[in-house]
Write a protein that binds this ligand. Sequence first.
Ligand code: ATP
Ligand code: MG
Length: 486
Amino acid sequence: MSIIKVENLTFSYASSYDNIFEEVSFIIDTNWKTGLIGRNGRGKTTFLNLLLNKYKYDGKIISSVKFDYFPYPVADKNRITIEILSEISPTAEEWEFIRELSYLDTESDILWRTFDTLSNGEQTKALLAALFLNDEHFLLIDEPTNHLDAKARETIASYLKKKKGFILVSHDRNVLDICVDHILALNRTNIEVRKGNFSTWMKNFENQQDLELSQNEKLKKEIKRLETASKRTAVWSDKVESSKTGAADKGYVGHKAAKMMKRSKSIESRHNEAVEQKSSLLKNIENADDLKIFPLRHYSDVLVRFESVSPVYNGESICSPVSFEIKQGERVFLNGKNGSGKSSLLKLITGDLIEHVGEISMASDLIVSYVMQDTSDMNGTLSEYAYEYNIDEVVFKSILRKMDFERVQFEKDISDFSEGQKKKVLIARSLCEKAHIYVWDEPLNFIDIYSRKQIENLISKYNPTMILVEHDKAFRDTISTKIIEL
Ligand SMILES: Nc1ncnc2c1ncn2[C@@H]1O[C@H](COP(=O)(O)OP(=O)(O)OP(=O)(O)O)[C@@H](O)[C@H]1O
Ligand SMILES: [Mg+2]
């Protein structure tokens, strides 16, 4: 057994004033399969980087293990896969790579292909296999299942379940429930470590919140009652004061006044106690207020029609030709493996001049709002971003506040945002745009669980016309009206 002990950790990025961690202490065991959870921007990736000693911090992090990080940065992706894996795990033998891959339901022939020809899922599996073959190392795994389909997610989760210890960051409840036995939660105002999987943690957290809510209600009533009582006491004591003048029995009145004073003091101290108790409640409640969207109605019913369309790269069609229509009010999902051309098909709707075969017809004057998959080029402040996209800055920022952005984020550069925060910027922009059709490419990647729900509710409520690529099965099941398999 070995532990990771965090003592009075305080950290902030040099470019900003807010502390990501402030005097936090906790202990985790390296034999645990720990799920690290928390809303976007709470500091999950930052914490892993602190364990990796990437930044300077105040306080102590004590541990005797050597950490490895996933996603492992692969320098030259044109190399043969086994070369890359042997670099990660130099002592592992070929048969061991083959064995690990078989645990991951993956054919060993990928070992002899160049890494860049592997699908996202295959790349993830190959890297995880190699990282786990490094026996002495403790793995920090940061969102391994983004971009992967449901089956690949489950395979990876079942693989992790069989491993000894690790820290896994994930927003996927299903994955967490399959493979973790402890939760390290970065809550709004504290950090907690708990035994159990995600569902157990969530249940506990919700019970705690319910309890606090009902205590809060009780205290609110109590405070109101005490306030009324204290007003009454004040009136009485005024009366007693005025009756002093000319009173015969000074002793009696003095005694009454002292009693009043005592009573009002006691009311005041009970009042203060109740206020204090109340303000220590509800600190961890996650806000996820309802979002709004303003879809436009078009006069024609069919907005987009694809007839035998396939994008063409280097003279070759990348998928078998697809035909479909998008009518108003429909939510069409494109389903298919990595590399099957989903993003390219979406881009064709946004007017991107991608070479293709087949016929595309769009309703006239169609206004399209687009959330792209890739966030890597985003930069500038939120104000600059709003200006660039010609959207209402106030509305834009208030949507982000509803998606759990602290005000201090508004001062930062978008390139410094966490992955989930960047994706939220794209979604918030799209929500500000009045459009006939919303084209969203993997909108939920990196997005925290609360905001996934917010987005799901929004779509169910406002029924915008959409075409999407998204691997979150629960989301797809709830909001899709049509699924196109590629
Ligand atoms: N290089 C940086 N410079 C300044 N601030 C940063 C930098 N990287 C991250 N931050 C800020 O630190 C906070 C924590 O970011 P981090 O990436 O650790 O969050 P996270 O919990 O991993 O979120 P996500 O779930 O979106 O991945 C965020 O508010 C982010 O804006
Ligand atoms: Mg992160």
